[in-house]
Every structure is written in C-alpha cells, then in structure tokens.
Write a protein that binds this ligand. Sequence first.
Ligand code: ADP
Ligand code: VHF
Length: 381
Amino acid sequence: MSAISCLSSHTPTRLAEASRLVAKVGSALVTANGQGLDEAAIGEWARQIAALVASGRQVVLVSSGAIACGMQRLGWSKRPSTVPELQAAAAVGQMGLAQIYESAFGSHGLKTAQVLLTHEDLADRTRYLNARSTLTTLLSLGVVPIINENDTVVTAEIKFGDNDTLGALVANLVEADALVILTDQIGLFTADPRKDPNATLIQEAAAGEPALEAMAGGAGTTVGTGGMITKVLAAKRAARSGADTVIASGRERDVLTRLAAGEPIGTLLVAQQEPLAARKQWLADHLQLAGRLHLDAGAVAALAEGKSLLPVGVVEVDGEFERGAAVACLGPDGREVARGLTNYGSSDARRIARRGSHEIADLLGYVDAPELIHRDNLVTL
Ligand SMILES: Nc1ncnc2c1ncn2[C@@H]1O[C@H](COP(=O)(O)OP(=O)(O)O)[C@@H](O)[C@H]1O
Ligand SMILES: N[C@@H](CCC(=O)OP(=O)(O)O)C(=O)O
C-alpha cells in the first residue's frame, strides 16, 4: 500500500464530530467560471450551512469571487493587468458578494458578517487576537462570518493571493475542527485531470504528505488562483492546529451536510500531528519574516530536541530587523527548519553570532537574554 492510498475511505470520517468548520468556495465556483455570481449555487451552500448551524455547528465561510464579480459588474471581459484595476474590481465585486450572501442566508433566518483580512492583520499579534475574538463572538451569536482577502488595500508582495491559504489561516485562527475546500473538481487527483485523462482521485491521505505536492498543479482556469497546490499546502497548514481538510466539488449535491454527517466525499487529508499551542500556531502561520538566521548543524539538532537557539549556533544573519521580530532559522542546506521571535535586533545579532552566551555582556554592553530565540518563542517546522 503506498503512503497516499486510502486509509479508511469507507468508514465515517472525523468530520462527523466536527463542531466548528471553515468552508472555502473558490472563484471558479462562485462565479460559474467568471460568468457572474452563481446565485443558485450560493443558495445551495447557504441552505446547507443553515442546516449545519441549526444542528449546532459553527461555520465560517471563506468566499472568493470579488474580482471576477467586479469585472462582470464593470463590463470587463478580460482580467485587468494592473494592480489598481484589480483592486477596483475587487471593491466593486465585494459589494455583489456581500449582497448575495446576505440575502441567501437571510432567507434561512441567518445573519452574515463581512470580514476582510490581510496578511498583516494576521501577522500582528494584537490584530490576530482581535480577529480571533471577533470571529468567535460572531460564531457564538449564530452569525455566519463571510471572509475574503481585503484585496483593495494589499500590494502584490503581501497578498495571500489564493483563498486556500487564507482558509487554512482562518481554520487555525478559530481552531476549527475541519477545513472544507470546495472547488470545480471532485477532489485531488494524482495529476491535473484537465491535462492527464489517466489521473485518479486520491480519497484519503495524510495532510503534509510530500508526494501530494508533486501531484498538485496550478489553477485550472484564468478565474481561479493557485490551483491544487495551494489546497494541498493549505491542508498541511490547517493540520498544524489539528484540522482535517477535505477537497471536494462544490457542485456535489448536499456536499457540506453529507460531509458533516461523516460521508467520505472527495479527498480527505487527515491531520496527523498534535495541535501546536496557539502562540506557536500564530508564529508558524506568518507568511513573511523579517530576517533569516543561518544555523550550523549542531544548532539544527538542538532545535529538533526542543532547545532554545543560542548565538553560538548562528553562523550568519540576513536582513535588518528589530528585537521581537519573527525570523526564519535556516539549516546548512538553506531549508527553513524553524522560526521564532528574536531577543536581539539584527545588528546586535550579527555581533553575537558564533559567540558564547557568556560573551554577550562584553560584546554588547548589556544582556537581554542568553538565547537568541527562547524555545517558548520558537516553532520547528
Ligand atoms: N492534481 C490535481 N487534481 C485536481 N485538480 C488539479 C490538480 N492539479 C491542478 N488542478 C487544477 O486545479 C483547479 C482548481 O483550482 P483553482 O482553479 O485555483 O480553483 P478555485 O478557484 O476553486 O481555488 C482544477 O480545475 C484543476 O484544473
Ligand atoms: N480574493 C480574491 C480571490 C482569490 C482567488 O481567486 O482565490 P481562489 O478561490 O483560491 O482561486 C477575490 O475575491 O477575487
């Protein structure tokens, strides 16, 4: 049996016990492949989510489609190439999304809340905690939060871009039990089925299994962003907080309610690790880091054993950063092995790199801490 073959596809899945779910619907689905918002499909998901809420579950919906909807409202047949035009389309289209969700859920007696997030909102610890308490309050009030990226204010460099990543970060933020990614395929295939007619569906695998990344390709249409690779990586991220991920077709009849009843549909990517502590989770979810510390092999081994990072194991420091910044720790092969919040800014870190902790006072004239990164502020990857 290969590492990615079915584990237990005929037994009810853990989704049957999931009390908090994040469902993500992709651009291609929401907009019927860019042809304007698919009201019938949106009505179907709203009906199913209303049934889940009525049964005591909490559901967060991450919905794409602002840019595609805005393009249609503005009468643009081609996706614009400039960032301000894309942002303008998103601003126009987000109104369409909000309107349609409000009325679809309203017809089932449910209230919705619009939450637009950026990468920076989730990287800043205070804003992250604010977003978390707002979302959990909305859920406890029985409201369905509808989340999208705040496309209008972000620049290309700091965009989530695809909403799969955003869905995973939201699943971690609210500590969801499951992330359900609905798309235009019935699941993850061994290769892109648009290109390989012999591709077969993966029914179940471990989230984070490296072989999955080799199978997953890019977006299938010009409307979608990211494709399957971002979904596979999203499952890996969501697994860090213990959430299982399902990739399934949003056009499958009653897909959400059947999944929540434990029925195996699409591809189930099972979280296999113990959930990280909330603070470490936040650290692991940073998409951008302020600098990079190059470690020697001994330091890499020490981190793997759960120890703090001492300056003696750091051979080089890249970037300019302040004390308290989130930085990457790279092994001798250049791979990121850990990340953490540094006790020293970059210029001091350079001065104490390769030196024993007892030398810090002489080198800097002060000692903040004997470690460059304390193990409580460090997460290994
Ligand atoms: N291994 C794979 N299995 C299934 N689909 C794949 C695979 N690799 C690439 N794809 C493509 O990913 C597309 C879905 O991603 P995307 O276009 O970004 O949609 P969405 O807007 O739902 O995120 C599919 O239409 C398919 O063409
Ligand atoms: N935030 C963008 C969505 C980005 C996007 O298309 O993502 P995806 O649904 O993952 O292909 C929008 O609303 O247009």
